[in-house]
Each structure stands twice: as structure tokens, then as C-alpha cells.
Design a protein around this ligand. Structure first.
Ligand code: 13P
Ligand code: SF4
Length: 311
């Protein structure tokens, strides 16, 4: 008699049959993180997507992340649980608007640096990509004799300017999740835990970043929390990060950064993925990431440049 498999076992069995690898971003729900082969930030995920020898990449994150995996791995099947899992930063910078802006300002001869949270069409228009984990390193390697246009996140761009001293023109996009944290909401939680350290993502506004003991990518938050000498740490980023941190730092009391409206902040796009949708995309091999080959070829150049420059 056939025994019904539970969802987790079903996913693991399908993964084996498909010779698939499951990559998950730190903001995925705990059950998805627990079934993944690798959980990390955008930079770690890009490296893993590039180096995997699996036949199928199942990308549990948002669409631009799965698209990045396809750009560096065109021969592999890349599926994602929900193809509508977008990103407010990606939406803030449509490729046609960036193209028109670059044409209008052709005299500037911009060196364009794009945060990885953008579409393949935007990647295809830029000189190099960066993530929050390597943005400082990438900007430090930009040519000195050209002005920089940084797209699409103005908050990350402002933080990188503070870190590098390099002036950049900033596209005015933002992450709708991280701008919800305010100076008041973080001061209130700090008052509750006066001895706590604060770690914040660079997509937060400057007012919030100024209250943080450390500003870094989601992956570096793991290191920061492991090494912190105190027990209480306020984590100012999307709520999924708490699952990863609790697993890696069981001795710490990890407190989600609140917004003015909620005790923690969820990204509605990241949370569109569920275990059911993960099972379905492995079973049906759909939805798959597909893109125009000319765009892919153009987008691959700045992505490979990033991987090279962030070694
Ligand atoms: P990380 O690369 O730091 O994980 O950030 C990705 C992201 O989407 C933050 O909102
Ligand atoms: Fe995009 Fe913000 Fe969600 Fe990250 S948290 S995927 S930047 S909307």
C-alpha cells in the first residue's frame, strides 16, 4: 500500500528525481528555509546559482533573483514557486525609463551601477551589478574619471556614498518594506531593551541607519549576531531573517525591528512563496524563467563583472 508523503518529504523526493537544487533567500518562511540546500543573501545565492551542477534550479525568493540565476545559467531550467513575486525596487526602475534617462544625459557618460534588485532589462543597460554585500567594494572599483549613476535604491546608494566618500547620482527608488522602519519605531524598541545592539539593512533610511550599531547585508547579519558580546539584538530587516538567525545563533535573543504599524516587517512578495507552490513548481517544472537571449547576453556581462570584482 502506498504511504502518503508529507509535503516536505514530497519536495525532497521530487528534488532527487529532478536532480534539482533548492536555493532560498533569508526572507523565505522557515519551512522553505528548512527544506533548502542553501539559504543566503543575494550575493551568496548568485554564486551558488552560477556554480551548481544540478539540472534544475528552484529559486525561492523573488523574481529578479531567479532571473539572475537564469542569466548566469542559461542552459538550466530555473523555476520559482510564484512568478508574480516581484520587488518594489525592481518596479521603481523600468528599463525603458532608465534607457531614456541615459539618452537624455548621454553627455555625462555615466558609469551605471545597478543594485541586483532590478530586472534583466535594467541589468543589460548597466556597467556592473552590486548587492548589499559587495556594494562598497564594487563602488570602490569604479573608474575615477566617470560620474556614477546608482540605480534603483537611493537608500543603499546614500549608505555606499557615506562608506566610500564617492559621490554618485542616485535613482530615487526604495524598498517599501525597509522604509517602514522609522526613527521612532526603532527608538521605542531600544527603550525596551536598553542593552541591545541594533543591526540594520542598508535599504533602511538614514534616520534608521544612524541608530544602528551595524549596517550590513542579510548574510553579514549572521556573523554580526554570532560575534556580538550581548544577548539582545534588534534586527531591522524583513521578518524571515529571524528564522535564519535563530537557527544559527540559538544563544541570542533576536528581536524583530518594529515599524510604526507592526511588530515586524514582512515583504509581501517574498511571502508569496509557500511549500505547496514549491512542491508544484518542482513537480510541474513551471513557472520557468525565460528571457530574450540578447538581453540575457547583455545582462550577463555586468553580472560576471560583479562576481569577478567581489572575490
Ligand atoms: P540581501 O542581499 O542583503 O539579502 O538583500 C536582498 C533584499 O532584497 C533586501 O531587501
Ligand atoms: Fe524587494 Fe524590499 Fe522585498 Fe527585498 S524586501 S525583495 S527589496 S520589496
Amino acid at each position: 500500500m502506498a504511504v502518503a508523503l508529507d509535503l516536505k518529504d514530497e519536495i525532497l523526493e521530487l528534488k532527487r528525481l529532478r536532480n534539482a537544487v533548492i536555493l532560498a533567500h533569508n526572507y523565505q518562511t522557515g519551512d522553505i528555509q528548512d527544506v533548502a540546500d542553501y539559504v543566503g543573501d543575494s550575493l551568496g545565492l548568485a554564486y551558488h546559482a552560477k556554480s551548481t551542477d544540478a539540472d534544475v534550479i528552484v529559486f525561492c525568493g523573488v523574481h529578479f533573483m531567479a532571473e539572475t540565476a537564469k542569466i548566469v545559467n542559461p542552459k538550466k531550467i530555473v523555476v520559482l514557486p510564484d512568478k508574480d513575486a516581484g520587488c518594489s525596487l525592481e518596479q521603481a526602475c523600468p528599463a525603458d525609463q532608465l534607457e531614456a534617462y541615459l539618452q537624455q544625459h548621454a553627455d555625462k557618460n555615466y558609469y551605471v551601477i545597478a543594485y541586483i534588485n532590478c530586472s534583466a532589462g535594467v541589468k543589460a543597460l548597466c556597467d556592473v551589478i552590486c548587492t548589499s554585500g559587495n556594494a562598497v567594494k564594487i563602488v570602490n572599483q569604479a573608474p575615477q574619471d566617470r560620474p556614477i549613476l546608482f540605480v534603483p535604491d537611493a537608500n543603499l546608494g546614500a549608505w555606499v556614498m557615506e562608506q566610500t566618500g564617492r559621490k554618485m547620482d542616485l535613482w530615487q527608488g526604495s524598498c517599501y518594506v525597509h522604509v517602514e522602519f522609522t526613527r521612532d519605531s526603532i527608538n521605542r524598541i531600544k527603550a525596551e531593551y536598553p542593552d541591545a545592539l541594533v543591526v540594520a539593512h542598508p535599504e533602511c533610511t538614514q534616520a534608521v541607519r544612524l541608530l544602528a550599531d551595524e549596517v550590513c547585508s542579510t548574510e553579514r547579519m549572521v556573523d554580526f549576531c554570532k560575534k556580538a558580546a550581548v544577548k539582545n539584538i534588534i534586527v531591522v530587516t524583513e521578518s524571515g531573517m529571524l528564522h535564519r538567525l535563530k537557527r544559527e545563533c540559538p544563544d541570542k535573543n533576536l528581536i524583530p525591528g518594529p515599524t510604526d504599524r507592526c511588530a515586524c516587517a514582512d515583504c509581501r512578495y517574498m511571502k508569496m512563496n509557500t511549500m505547496e507552490k514549491l512542491r508544484n513548481c518542482l513537480r510541474d517544472l513551471t513557472p520557468q524563467v525565460e528571457m530574450d537571449e540578447q538581453i540575457r547576453l547583455r545582462a550577463e556581462i555586468p553580472l560576471l563583472r560583479m562576481l569577478e570584482q567581489s572575490k
